[in-house]
Write a protein that binds this ligand. Structure first.
Ligand SMILES: NC(=O)c1ccc[n+]([C@@H]2O[C@H](COP(=O)([O-])OP(=O)(O)OC[C@H]3O[C@@H](n4cnc5c(N)ncnc54)[C@H](OP(=O)(O)O)[C@@H]3O)[C@@H](O)[C@H]2O)c1
Length: 282
């Protein structure tokens, strides 16, 4: 989802080489070092990860390999060839216990609730330890035209199961963030010469119940959405109740390009809504 947007956005003004998993498996040290030697990049941006949050609970070894060993390989190889290294992390490194709507800051203590969150925390440590010239971008609740995401899941539900009740938490909050917008933000950090750990999410927030309602209403779909509490949703991985993050460093450095989530969601659904409905119907 994010990789394809970064490839598009960063290609304006940069030469981008975006190897697929077949061309470069990040869990293979040899694969990574050979690619970096061959490509000789100035910057390495890691958008690869194991992103199935519930699946991570029963795939511990694989998750650790892709989400920790992978970034460690990339960070070490980037350091060896003096490349700047960008890595993407997640709000799941926080426990979400802050009183809503208090946001998390870049230097708040990390306390993940899930196997996925723990792997992202350890990925951050691996990057800081191995790459002197690193950027970690923590984001949350991504959606976009490619990859699996909440927007597509809601459209699919409305298309195929409109008579079934869909229960969504109304006591959990986050900031739906367009992957395309995040790619613009990553380009901004790159061009600015940023370094360190940044939070980059949309402004404003909503619960999954409000988020789904917004999508259904905007697209004129029918769906039976019902509010429930986060604790009532029996899912393998625990989720943070509060996923709000403040883009404090971006704002301090005057490079924040993130906008209100509703503004981007309106643009996204105006642009891709019909296409997504047709894809769901097919
Ligand atoms: N999605 C969100 O809501 C969210 C929120 C916060 C942070 N993030 C972070 O943002 C980043 C991008 O997420 P995303 O949602 O764009 O992910 P995504 O759509 O799931 O894409 C991840 C990509 O990584 C590839 N990959 C998996 N294992 C690999 C390996 N060993 N070597 C090379 N490539 C491999 C996958 O290929 P295959 O599909 O072929 O396996 C897939 O193309 C990740 O670091 C994620 O943790 C995402």
């Amino acid at each position: 989802m994010l990789g394809s947007e970064c490839k598009k956005v960063l290609s304006e003004g940069h030469e981008v080489i975006a190897p697929s998993k077949n061309e470069m498996d990040i869990t293979s040290w040899d694969g990574v070092i050979n690619n970096l030697q061959k490509i000789s990049p100035d910057v390495v941006l890691n958008c690869a990860a194991f992103t199935d949050v519930d699946g991570s609970e029963k795939e511990d070894l694989l998750v650790r390999k892709i989400n920790i060993e992978g970034p460690r390989n990339l960070a070490q190889c980037s350091a060896r060839y003096n490349c700047k290294f960008f890595h993407i992390s997640s709000n799941y490194v926080f426990d979400g216990q802050k009183t809503i709507p208090q946001p998390y800051f870049e230097d708040d203590s990390l306390s993940p609730l899930s196997a996925y969150g723990k792997s992202k925390l350890e990925s951050e440590i691996a990057v800081r330890e191995n790459s002197p010239n690193y950027v970690i971008v923590r984001t949350a609740c991504l959606y976009g035209i490619n990859g699996k995401n909440f927007v597509k899941a809601i459209i699919s539900h409305a298309v195929h199961k409109k008579t079934d009740v869909l229960k969504l938490a109304d006591d959990q909050i986050g900031s739906p963030t367009w992957a395309y917008r995040l790619a613009l933000q990553i380009r901004q950090i790159l061009n600015f010469g940023g370094i360190g750990t940044y939070h980059a999410t949309a402004e404003g927030y909503c619960s999954p119940f409000e988020y789904a309602g917004f999508i259904v209403e905007k697209l004129g779909l029918e769906a039976r959405l019902e509010p429930c509490k986060l604790k009532d949703l029996a899912r393998p991985a625990k989720r943070p109740a509060n996923s709000l993050m403040e883009n404090r460093l971006l704002k301090k450095q005057a490079i924040n390009v993130m906008v209100d989530w509703k503004e981007d969601m309106n643009t996204f659904l105006d642009t891709f809504g019909e296409q997504l409905i047709k894809e769901a119907e097919a």
